[in-house]
Write a protein that binds this ligand. Sequence first.
Ligand code: IFM
Length: 465
Amino acid sequence: MNFPEHFLWGTATSAYQVEGATCTDGRGSSNWDEFAGKPGTIYRGDNAEVAADHYHCLDEDLDMMSRLGVTAYRFSVSWTRIHPDGKGPANPLGLAFYDRLVDGLLARGITPMLTINHMELPLALEQAGGWLNRDTIDRFVEYARTLHTHLHDRVQLWSTMNEIALTTWWGFGTDLFPPALGDKTKVLPAIHNQLVAHGRAIRLMRQVQPEGQFGIVGSYWPVTAALEGAEHETAARLLDLLINRSCIDVLVDGEYPPELMDWHTSSGGLPFVEGDDLDDIAAPLDYLGLNYYGPIQVVAEEAGSGGSVTPRGIGIRQADPADRPKTSFGWIIDPEPLLNLLRQFRDRYRLPVYITENGAAFDDYVAPDGRVNDLERIDYFCGHLDAVARALDEGIDVRGYMAWSLLDNFEWAAGYSKRFGLTYVDYGSQRRIPKESFHWYRRYIAKARSAAPEVELLSGTCAGN
Ligand code: IFM
């Protein structure tokens, strides 16, 4: 196992999930602010008004990253801090926060990896039709231009958006995310407009910064059938198409998979591609951001109850195999499919990859001795880093690994009930307590970077290190 010298060792967060300060320094309302304010949308009625208060704890959090020894930090920008109403002049106070963040990273020798939009939309744009209104494409490009103009002297690594496919499924195909449309015929049109916005933003940024690295982040859930039978195999292939391939194939090929368009039409969807859209979408990429959490197993089922990752209403139920280890989200823990995914990406998409998210939620608590003994998370990271190391050994071009997440945070519809952090956040006091996984990851990074031969660390004994 040899991690290349320039491999980026990082951790990741997103603006909405950690920043809090939703009414501070001129930030406008986002679709999530409104959604979370409606009864019954978020577990226990939680909201992100304070979250991990990263906005006010920025210096402490930057110092924590230094202690962790990361060489990269993947974060996102809050669109409504920059354009509070989704358009118009930029808010200088919003830009100033990201100046402090980026400058603070650079001062500590940490490479910023910036995501322009991580699953949010200014409320004003949502109310004007959101991602079903093509005007939102222009608004995104305008926002990307503002941000890029301001930060491209200091940021080289840009991602346009995070996990378009799954987010759009939850928001347009079901009611778990805003705008809670529950209309599967709107999913592809909404995905499409985001992809057009992505491609146009990339072209624009690349003209200004030819040396920049531009990509997009998706989450990938290898799907298999839980039962034997052609209908279950078909269900697995359909889910793979809808949640894994609906964005990446068109980004790379410049056309949607025909079976995806067939599904859209036979579901009652209307045509949505206009003019040069497909050329815009296929703007060349420098890398793909790959978020991996685990594989899923499915069965075909008429009523289609879905599951924790599988949208309901498409004739599929996510199986819950009793014999597999799982996280507190019920997600199967299995690093092996990550290696297969990386092989598939090499063969099919032929682009460098960053693991932009990988992590697990467990029911962490502070023990009487003040420690958070999250040994399951250490095992999780250990197994997945082992898969990455094996991919590198096979010559696969993986450029970095970002553990999700630096901090416990607001986990969307699950509120604060799921903890993914390397650092425990006591939400009452905003006290940060590095978990055992934090200390473990620090040692792991240090060993990997020193290129010492102490690689037995990867042989399955990590929890004791
Ligand atoms: O917290 C999310 C993140 O916002 C997007 N990727 C998956 C994570 C865990 O659910």
